[in-house]
Design a protein around this ligand. Structure first.
Ligand SMILES: NC(=O)c1ccc[n+]([C@@H]2O[C@H](COP(=O)([O-])OP(=O)(O)OC[C@H]3O[C@@H](n4cnc5c(N)ncnc54)[C@H](OP(=O)(O)O)[C@@H]3O)[C@@H](O)[C@H]2O)c1
Length: 363
């Protein structure tokens, strides 16, 4: 069987992913930089472990020499994707990760030519952000091929894991981002608010710099992309204040304290994950007023992320993705999202010829 190495396997999401990969018979090698945490996990689950850190490129390439695919779960990915991608290109290993960070996805895409030459797949963002949104984007582009604008949204607000909080803090000084005329454009955090009907009435959502701003554009070629997320009022207010607070938040002592505070709680409990869900919305439109809307409903974000990461790794190991930089729907098509357990849709609200079936989510 081709071999899978899970880097960051003892983190909160990494351990959920490792558990699922074992359940699916992938027999993964567990890996990370911390000897104690890795040993504890290896003893608990009975899989082989490999300890290495990412500072020395030669050590990384050597550690991946006999590995067919790396699944990187070690975030913030701004610190880990680059050395692991480098190691993969050198050792001829496929690369998958669960980042939602736009600069990381962009820098992986910049290595497309090298990856094609090396015969290696680079498939970042195999997670809630971006698998469902990417597949929805591809579906919308199929419905309205001449679309010039794409808006995507997710309604899944829940208490995040510590690692997600750390990643958000790490990127706090970057502000927001949208895509305009094919290029990334910096905008303030929570730059635009929109009332969006995710299938259960309108809710206020704000623009967020999620990885979908990158992937949906590369999958569909649509030049203008905005990504929205539903936020409760206190979070929306905090995000608005963040525009003023950004320089303060990004100061090293403040980041250090925030990271310590974030360390208080690990992540959502099993019970919370079982009960959670996410509502995904997308709208494609043209300059002359054509508009199509579709929706998806998924299980809890952490359940989707776990399933998406392992399913993508399985497909990559099976040789189903092409060489070079890939997006989830670009590699496997819009229907790929239905390979994930419990995903429902596509719920299409209107068609270019004007018919408007009611969304089943509303029934
Ligand atoms: N795209 C999405 O939809 C999505 C969904 C869920 C999570 N995520 C992202 O996934 C990441 C992990 O989340 P989590 O909750 O699992 O976080 P976590 O519990 O803090 O785990 C992070 C893991 O990464 C490792 N790590 C961090 N920095 C490293 C470095 N420089 N070198 C080597 N290892 C490093 C940690 O190892 P040490 O303990 O040794 O530091 C740990 O194993 C976060 O960035 C989060 O934002 C994305």
């Amino acid at each position: 069987m081709p071999s899978l190495l899970i880097y960051g396997s003892y983190g909160f999401v990494g351990s959920l992913i490792a558990e699922k990969a074992i359940d699916r018979g992938l027999d993964p090698v567990l890996a990370g930089r911390d000897r104690e945490q890795l040993r504890e996990q290896v003893d608990e689950v009975g899989q082989p472990g490999r300890r290495f850190s990412l500072e020395d490129p030669d050590i990384v390439a050597e550690a991946l020499e006999d590995v067919d695919c790396v699944l990187n779960c070690a975030g913030p990915f701004s610190n880990t994707a680059d050395p692991l991608v480098e190691g993969c290109l050198e050792s001829g290993t496929e690369y998958v990760d669960i980042t939602g960070e736009i600069p990381v996805i962009e820098s992986i895409r910049d290595r497309d030519d090298e990856a094609v030459d090396a015969g290696v797949t680079l498939l970042p963002a195999a997670a809630l952000s971006t698998v469902p949104m990417d597949c929805l984007a591809a579906h919308l582009a199929d419905r309205l091929p001449e679309a010039t604008d794409l808006a995507l949204g997710v309604d899944s607000f829940r208490v995040p894991s510590v690692g997600t909080v750390r990643t958000v803090i790490e990127g706090a000084d970057d502000g927001g981002a949208i895509r305009r005329d094919g290029d990334l454009e910096d905008v303030p955090t929570a730059w635009r608010t929109r009332e969006i009907d995710f299938g259960r009435g309108e809710r206020p959502a704000v623009t967020m710099p999620m990885g979908d701003v990158s992937t949906a554009h590369y999958t569909t070629g649509i030049p203008n992309v905005e990504m929205y997320a539903v936020m409760p009022q206190p979070a929306r207010t905090a995000l608005k204040f963040h525009r003023v607070l950004a320089p303060v938040l990004s100061a090293p002592p403040v980041q250090w304290t925030l990271k310590l505070l974030a360390g208080v709680r690990e992540g959502p409990s099993e019970r919370a994950r079982e009960r959670g869900s996410a509502y995904i919305w997308g709208e494609a439109s043209t300059d002359d007023g054509e508009r199509v809307v579709s929706r998806l409903r998924t299980p809890d974000p952490y359940v989707v992320t776990t399933d998406a990461a392992v399913t993508v790794a399985e497909r990559v190991l099976a040789g189903d993705a092409g060489d070079g930089f890939q997006t989830p729907a670009g590699a496997f098509g819009p229907e790929f999202v239905f390979e994930l357990e419990g995903v429902e849709g596509f719920f299409d609200e209107s068609t270019p010829d004007g018919t408007s079936p009611v969304s089943p989510l509303l029934q």
